[in-house]
Design a protein around this ligand. Structure first.
Ligand code: ACO
Ligand code: OAA
Length: 371
């Protein structure tokens, strides 16, 4: 085979946005540790889009613009009522809604830099509102409008829960958003770049990317991790549970990574958050089961937890519905998709690789009654 299956190790573009070397991840030159410990999610979004951190005036202005665009057209709520009645998965709902957002943007087709900057803010602002509104509408609750003065992470939680989150919850959500914001040429980001390299619009790029993130081998793994934790009764039951999975050649969700072979640098933060938060809600066994799973999978398969592994128990402890875990990932990753879309537009060329043909040759058309 002349191609690399799954394009493993292939460098498909240059990028200034994030870099992975060994187990070191940086956003625009800043170590993920530095950002996870210190940065506000909005600062990270500004950084990814502008290649530098904002000063206070720029941050205030950026946050104000995000706040101004958080409100949704009520026609979206009507859509959500239909999705809820049909019990569609929230990630399918989000994918459709990201596309629908373009219907309310009169500059959706304007490809100027100015219009694209404006679209970037609108999409980032509205994605949090979409996830929150969907979750409330399907539970028969009133949609909650964003609250002035709250940061992005706090507003996301506020719009979901209808009450102001405490500082521990805001800090945890902010850190989770920072950790998920960008990750080099992961599958959904690559999808976004392939889509807009045809010079399609930004809404199409993020919609395509959301479709890719939804899959269980990518962002959809976090929801499956929670399902697995629910299926295992106790830390003592982990060995037998995993033995059966290994025998059936099933993959263990949240474990392993295409690029990181010595560990995902984001996982340690989510691990610590999982320890603290599951303790606080009185469900420490969720953390204990997670630790045992990680230990057995490392021993048997040499695989380590990725970003989706401990985020599951973190989001659960924050009271988030399990099928909203991947949409929450998307709320953060939209920032990275947009950064890559803008970068793709800057120096675009159609992305169109080749396939090695391995099919039949020399066939002749036969009339249908002869087949
Ligand atoms: C945000 C993110 O997207 S992080 C990734 C989220 N996805 C998951 O957590 C899903 C579970 N993990 C996986 O499926 C994989 O580790 C991936 C897709 C993340 C990376 O995959 P790759 O590096 O391409 O490995 P690939 O899928 O080719 O597997 C290589 C071998 O390791 C095994 N393997 C890889 N991951 C796992 C796993 N989680 N559990 C069990 N076995 C695994 C495969 O079965 C395969 O074994 P084989 O060679 O005996 O057939
Ligand atoms: O980079 C990848 O392949 C998957 C990943 O960890 C991410 O998207 O955050």
């Amino acid at each position: 085979m002349s191609e690399k299956k799954g394009l493993e190790g292939i460098v498909a573009t240059e990028s200034r946005i994030s870099s992975i070397i060994g187990s070191q991840l940086t956003y625009c030159g800043y170590e993920i540790d530095d950002l996870a410990e210190n940065a506000l999610f909005e600062e990270v979004v500004f950084l990814l889009w502008n290649d530098r951190l904002p000063n206070q005036t720029e941050l205030d202005d950026f946050q104000a613009k995000l706040f101004d665009h958080m409100t949704l057209n009520p026609r979206i709520y009507t859509h959500f009522e239909e999705y809820a009645a049909d019990k569609i998965h929230p990630m399918a709902g989000l994918r459709t809604a990201l596309s629908y957002l373009s219907h309310f943007d009169e500059n959706a087709e304007d490809m100027s830099d100015e219009a694209n900057q404006e679209k970037a803010i609108r999409i980032q602002a509205k994605v949090a509102s979409l996830v929150a509104a969907f979750s409330r509408i399907r539970s028969g609750k009133e949609v909650v409008k964003p609250k002035k003065g709250l940061n992005y992470a706090a507003n996301l939680l506020y719009m979901m829960k209808g009450e102001e989150p405490n500082s521990t919850e805001v800090e945890a959500m902010n850190k989770a958003l920072v950790l998920h914001a960008d990750h080099e040429l992961n599958a959904s980001t690559f999808t976004a770049r392939v889509c807009v390299a045809t010079l399609s619009d930004m809404y199409s790029g993020v919609t395509a990317a959301a479709g890719a993130l939804k899959g269980p081998l990518h962002g959809g793994a976090n929801e499956r991790v929670m399902k697995m934790l629910g299926e295992i009764e106790s830390p003592e039951a982990v060995e037998d549970y995993l033995k059966e999975k290994f025998e059936n050649k099933e993959k263990i969700m949240g474990m392993g990574h295409r690029v990181y072979k010595d560990g995902d640098p984001r996982a340690k933060y989510l691990k610590e958050m999982s320890r603290q938060l599951t303790q606080e809600i009185g469900e420490p066994e969720l953390y204990e089961k997670s630790i045992k799973i990680a230990e057995v999978v490392e021993r048997e398969k040499g695989l380590l937890p990725n970003v989706d592994f401990f985020s599951a128990s973190v989001y659960h402890a924050m009271g988030i519905d399990h099928d909203l875990f991947t949409p929450i990932f998307a709320v953060s990753r939209v920032s990275g998709w947009i950064a890559h879309i803008l970068e793709q537009y800057e120096d675009n060329r159609l992305i169109r690789p080749r396939a090695e043909y391995v099919g039949q040759t020399g066939k002749k058309y036969e009339a249908i009654e002869k087949r």
